[in-house]
Design a protein around this ligand. Structure first.
Ligand code: ZN
Ligand code: MN
Length: 487
């Protein structure tokens, strides 16, 4: 067994709930946590004789994601019925898209360690409706809540291009950031807005050949942690199983497993259905969607600079660290605020420090977005400029930023009020320097005679001037005066 090597192969299916006000094919509100079965109507309940009508917004949101995933967007797409019977699906079929999805053949770049990225293929992304929820809360019976029935879901299917739990997680996180930037989903994991189903197997090479283990699909994961851990667990389990039994992939031996979050193991659920089990056929109640170039262009115009691209631009253009660029692009409002402040003339690195160190500390405390603070990008740029121009010290900038949030006043006003303006008047500072030099002849001697004490003595004299001015002297100007006077 010493020569055994293996590679983990993972493809991912992701369901993303789109943040439309109403459902996919009826006017019911999409609302989390409402009274059970209070957001339903004959259409989403699947009563006989009703007619579904497509939610245009949901379709446009889906196309936006398709475009962001570099997919081909066909001009013609249609709806199909996927038949299956389950208590949370009273009409016995789900409206989905089978052979003509609204987008296909794209890719997404995901960030890996040390600024590297990897391209993961996207097979397709299509629209469908969600099912209801079975509740098993009390007694020896189950209940069903159909409020979620008919909620628009975007199903995204990737190529099996990922090779570790960490890569799968990176894709999931990047996708969350992307749909949030696009404003098409809240992508709140706690509310089940993103659900993941990884397909995993191994390619094992050994002295006697190359082997592929049977594919397993893990159903319905709704956290990044569970996603990553279940993939890693499953890879190890398949390896152990192969070594023990020699089982390899064949037609029909794909299985479905569930993730037990407590025990951190996957559990066999069932043999996988094939597509023909769902008896897909075109939905006779819905007209196909025909895009026009004008409509597609209009949707395209709503795209924004995507987060990973933005993050890489910050690193290249502004020389920010990958970490800082990642913090600024973690959400759209922070990135937009930063972009605006740079446009308003602030130095990017300075603005980055102010936002990531002071701004995000405040927003975390207040549990709000940076736009909710009464500070405009222009005011923050002005504050950054005051540091660049040595009007205030870098340390004072944080104090003033906090005061700006509290008072809504402009930075120059606050610098005055808080007495934080640095003394840069050379004439005034020269007098103070003279006094310090007179009071400290030994330090002066150490500097003028050169030698190893020079640097330390110079620092001491600077410190004395800062102390006499209560820290308000501009250290750069003081250093210049000291250098001039002491040769
Ligand atoms: Zn409805
Ligand atoms: Mn689906």
């Amino acid at each position: 067994m010493a020569d055994l090597k293996y590679k983990v192969i993972v493809g991912l299916e992701i369901h993303v709930q789109l943040c439309t006000k109403s459902k996919m094919f009826c006017g019911c509100a999409v609302e989390f946590g409402a009274e059970p079965n209070s957001r339903v109507c004959p259409v989403c309940l699947g009563m006989p004789g009703v007619l579904p009508v497509m939610n245009k917004q949901a379709f446009e949101y889906a196309v936006m994601v398709g475009l962001a995933l570099n997919c081909r967007i066909p001009m013609f797409t249609k709806w199909d019925r996927k038949s299956y019977y389950y208590p949370d699906l009273p009409k016995n079929y789900q409206i989905s898209q089978y052979d003509l999805p609204l987008s296909e053949n794209g890719y997404i770049e995901i960030p890996l360690e040390s600024s590297q990225t990897k391209r993961i293929g996207i097979i397709r992304a299509h629209l469908e409706e969600d099912a209801g929820k079975n509740l098993h809360a009390t007694g020896n019976f189950s209940q069903v809540d159909l409020n979620r029935t008919g909620t628009p879901l975007l199903e995204i299917v990737t190529e099996p291009d990922m090779n570790s739990g960490a890569e799968v997680r990176a894709l999931a996180v990047e996708l969350q950031r992307m749909v949030r930037f696009l404003g098409v989903s809240e992508a709140d994991m706690q509310k089940g807005h993103m659900r993941f189903e990884p397909n995993i197997n191994l390619i094992i090479t050994r002295g006697d050949g190359e082997f592929r283990t049977p594919i397993t699909e893990i159903k319905n994961l709704n956290s990044f942690r569970a996603l990553e851990r279940s993939v890693n667990y499953e890879a190890q389990r398949q390896l152990d199983e192969f070594i023990e039994t020699g089982i390899v992939m064949e037609m029909g031996n794909k299985t479905t497993r569930g993730w037990d979050d407590e025990k951190e193991v996957t559990v066999l659920q069932r043999e996988k259905e094939e597509a023909h089990d769902y008896r897909y056929f075109p939905d006779p109640d819905l007209v196909p969607v025909e895009l026009t170039q004008q409509w597609l262009d209009e949707i395209k115009s709503r795209l924004c600079e995507l987060p990973l691209k933005k993050q890489m631009r910050y690193v290249q253009e502004y020389c920010l660290s990958d970490y800082d660029a990642g913090v600024l692009t973690a959400d759209r409002s922070t990135a937009d605020f930063f972009d605006e402040a740079v446009k308003a003339g602030g130095e990017p690195k300075r603005l980055c420090n102010l936002i990531t160190q002071t701004g995000l500390k405040i927003t975390k405390e207040k549990n709000c977005s940076i736009n909710d603070l009464s500070v405009t990008p222009q005011s923050l740029a002005d504050l950054a400029k005051m540091v660049e121009d040595s009007i205030i010290s870098a340390g004072s900038a944080a104090t003033i930023f906090e005061a700006m949030v509290e008072t809504g006043k402009e930075p120059d006003v606050l610098a005055q009020e808080l007495n934080l303006i640095q003394k840069s008047d050379a004439g005034e500072l020269e007098k103070i320097v003279d006094t310090v030099l007179m009071e400290n002849p030994q330090a002066v001697e150490d500097v003028t005679s050169g030698g190893k004490k020079e640097k330390k003595a110079m620092g001491f004299l600077l410190g004395q001037v800062m102390q006499k001015t209560k820290g308000q002297a501009n250290p750069k100007v003081v250093s210049e005066i000291l250098a001039k006077k002491l040769g």
